[in-house]
Write a protein that binds this ligand. Structure first.
Ligand SMILES: [Zn+2]
Ligand SMILES: [Zn+2]
Length: 370
């Protein structure tokens, strides 16, 4: 079945405010929530569909992507590159906030169950700096990342090895307590065990009973050729470790390309600002320059001015998201000589005489310029 448009699913328009979108989602979610529609497959589907739609439209950044690219803007879960992600996994955690106050009563997935179920670890973002040359060729880089993982001493249980947690006396191990309030029976997470149903009596020394510890790991990252500042790399399963053997989160690496003293980047083009002397500019020259890909022979034509651009095709940056390459652009900059020797001064004076005579001659030929 074709996926329905998210706006259609929630019955909102593109210019609806976040508050309106949230309100609509709540209405639908309350109507079709699985706890109110036991064993009703259709209702469950409606609930899921609305939740997915809300996970996108309820987030400004994702909504923008969806408005621009539709579903294609969202499912960039493939290997390597994605400027945008954080999609499916957060669906349920996002909704606890919204639905929590509504579905406090008799929720099927009580907080206790959730605590003891495998859960995915969080995503981590780190920033790294690379040189312009590395961004040109691509590079394998080792990045130290501090992550939160299951405690190695107690395997995440939080209890000192050899001991086990005791059943919570407050809630009898259910993780939640029920109170009758008029018409409803209201259930809320147990305060004593914070919804876990068990209490750690002998906390693990390493993690102080949290079951988690911070660990640094060196992660090898293949940075592809052609990346630019602001690109993000996603490395699956290298984020925070999962809970209760759940999947690890993802690692996002934000790339920053340092500036280079000789080269710069514009779009896919590699730019080299080349200083040339008066005589090279006037007479032309054959020179060779060191570029990232190797030596490049360049012919400076006679009578070259400053800011002349010479183009060498396909020697620029790789196009990361498609075919082709940029160009190498060499921009000339005629440099005025300094620390002139006596001999040079003599020659320039000589040159000046010739120029003056030449100008006088052209003024006669061209009287309107005087
Ligand atoms: Zn521990
Ligand atoms: Zn309890």
């Amino acid at each position: 079945m074709a996926k329905r448009d998210y706006y259609e699913v929630l019955g909102v328009s593109k210019d609806s405010t976040q508050a309106e979108i949230k309100k609509k989602y709540r209405q639908i979610a309350m109507k079709y929530h699985p706890d109110r529609n036991q064993d009703d497959k259709d209702a469950e589907e409606m609930f899921k569909e609305a939740s997915e739609a809300y996970s996108v439209l309820g987030n400004e950044e994702k909504k923008l992507k969806y408005d621009q690219f539709g579903f294609n803007g969202l499912n960039s879960k493939g290997q390597g590159f994605s400027d945008f992600s954080f999609f499916s996994d957060s669906i349920f955690s996002d909704f606890e906030d919204i639905l929590g106050d509504v579905f406090g009563f008799g929720s099927r997935s009580s907080s206790r169950n959730r605590q003891n179920m495998p859960r995915r670890g969080g995503d981590i973002g780190v920033e790294t700096f690379i040189t312009l040359e590395d961004s040109f060729h691509g590079i394998e880089k080792e990045i130290a990342v501090e992550r939160e993982v299951s405690c190695s001493t107690c395997s995440g249980s939080g209890s000192e090895p050899g001991t086990s947690p005791e059943t919570c006396k407050q809630c009898g191990g259910r993780g939640n307590v029920r109170r009758s309030q008029g018409f409803f029976s209201i259930s809320s997470p147990c305060n004593a065990c914070r919804g876990k149903g068990t209490i750690i009596v002998h906390p693990c020394d390493t993690c102080s009973g949290t079951g988690r510890e911070r660990m640094e790991k060196n992660i090898k990252v293949n940075i592809p050729a052609g990346v630019d500042s602001g690109n993000r790399l996603r490395i699956s399963d290298e984020g925070d470790g999962g809970y209760m053997n759940g999947r690890a989160g993802d690692l996002y690496i934000l790339l920053n390309v340092k500036s280079d003293k000789n080269f710069r980047r514009e779009g896919l083009d590699l730019i080299y600002d080349m200083e040339i002397t008066f005589s090279q500019a006037a007479l032309g020259d054959d020179i060779s320059i060191n570029v990232f890909h190797g030596k490049e022979k360049i012919k400076i034509p006679a009578e070259t001015q400053s800011e002349k651009i010479m183009k060498i095709r396909n020697k620029g940056f790789k196009n990361l998201n498609g075919w082709g390459k940029g160009d190498l652009l060499i921009v000339t900059n005629v440099k005025t000589p300094t620390k002139l020797s006596k001999k040079e001064k003599e020659l320039f004076r000589e040159l000046k005489k010739i120029e003056t005579a030449k100008n006088a001659g052209s003024e006669k030929k061209n009287p309107q310029s005087s």
